[in-house]
Ligand binder design. Structure first.
Ligand SMILES: NC(=O)c1ccc[n+]([C@@H]2O[C@H](COP(=O)([O-])OP(=O)(O)OC[C@H]3O[C@@H](n4cnc5c(N)ncnc54)[C@H](O)[C@@H]3O)[C@@H](O)[C@H]2O)c1
Length: 259
């Protein structure tokens, strides 16, 4: 219960890793704002959060829209009476050879994965400073934020960018008592990987499931990652045990990429 009574906003919390983070932080005692694009999914997660005894509110926002991100934080403060933690988790994948990347596709993934994180960082820091309080900013990077993978080139570029923003923001906001960190999962069996595997099959001729199995086969601990594995580390980043940590983006991948 180390974050008992705190208020956390999680983006992309309608499913997958974001959903698991919302539930973990709720079980840790925090009240939660669920931000995503799909109201039905958000409402299901809100009910699950409430069943832990924590409060939940939902806010539909596209993280690539700066105004909507600011509005989500205002909503959080109004509905839950505070604001202590943001998890910039929302992200999309893009799977194709570099030769096939178009300006439209490149702009979209930059807008969601990079600008979406930037708006979350700046809006959260502004609110923490207005409220004259400390705060925790946590964002989703990836193993692909430490190493470029074939067919995932522009996705990797966005996740490297999340690490750059995390380092710069950590330095800019340290004196305000705000810490900024990221988490770098490996291969998590969510809808995102279903899509990555499907596209890899389409491009390479591999069977459905083969690319996923190949990646999982490279994991030292011998199994795919669960959303709960990621959420456990985010719980640490959200809580007081990580107070002396800032500007970091550790790998939590079962032993796949070593830095
Ligand atoms: N799945 C993995 O193996 C893996 C590995 C490393 C990093 N990550 C990162 O973790 C994060 C979560 O991944 P996931 O596997 O749970 O993905 P997912 O596709 O299962 O879920 C992503 C959620 O984000 C939401 N979302 C997408 N674009 C949005 C936008 N513009 N505004 C608001 N919400 C939006 C979606 O609606 C969805 O609910 C992503 O940033 C992803 O890049 C995932």
């Amino acid at each position: 219960m180390s974050i008992n009574g705190k208020v956390a906003l999680v983006t992309g919390a309608g499913q997958g890793i974001g959903r698991a983070i919302a539930l973990r932080l709720a079980n840790d005692g925090a009240d939660i704002t669920i931000v995503d694009l799909n109201p039905e999914k958000m409402n299901e997660v809100a009910e699950a959060v409430r069943s832990t005894g924590s409060k939940a509110t939902v806010f539909k926002a596209d993280v690539s829209n700066r105004n909507e991100v600011y509005a989500a934080i205002d909503h959080t403060e109004k509905e839950l009476g505070g604001f202590d933690i943001i998890v910039n988790n929302a992200g999309i994948a893009s799977i194709q050879p570099l030769a096939d990347v178009t300006p439209e596709g490149f702009n979209r993934i930059i807008q969601v994965n990079v600008a979406g994180v930037l708006w979350g960082i700046q809006a959260a820091a502004k609110k923490f400073q207005e409220r004259k309080q400390k705060g925790k900013i946590i964002s989703a990077s990836s193993i692909a934020g430490h190493e470029g993978f074939p067919l995932l080139g522009i996705y990797s570029a966005t996740k490297f960018a999340v690490r750059a923003l995390t380092q710069a923001a950590a330095k800019e906001y340290a004196s305000a008592g705000i810490t900024v960190n990221a988490y770098c999962p490996g291969v998590v069996g969510t809808d995102m990987w279903v899509e990555i595997d499907r596209r890899m099959a389409e491009i390479t001729g591999a069977k459905i499931g083969e690319s996923y199995d190949k990646f999982v086969g490279g994991i030292a601990l011998g199994r795919a990652q669960t959303p709960e594995d990621v959420a456990a580390f985010v719980s640490y980043l959200a809580g007081p045990d990580s107070d002396y940590m800032t500007g970091q983006a550790p790998l939590i991948d079962g032993g796949l990429v070593y830095r």
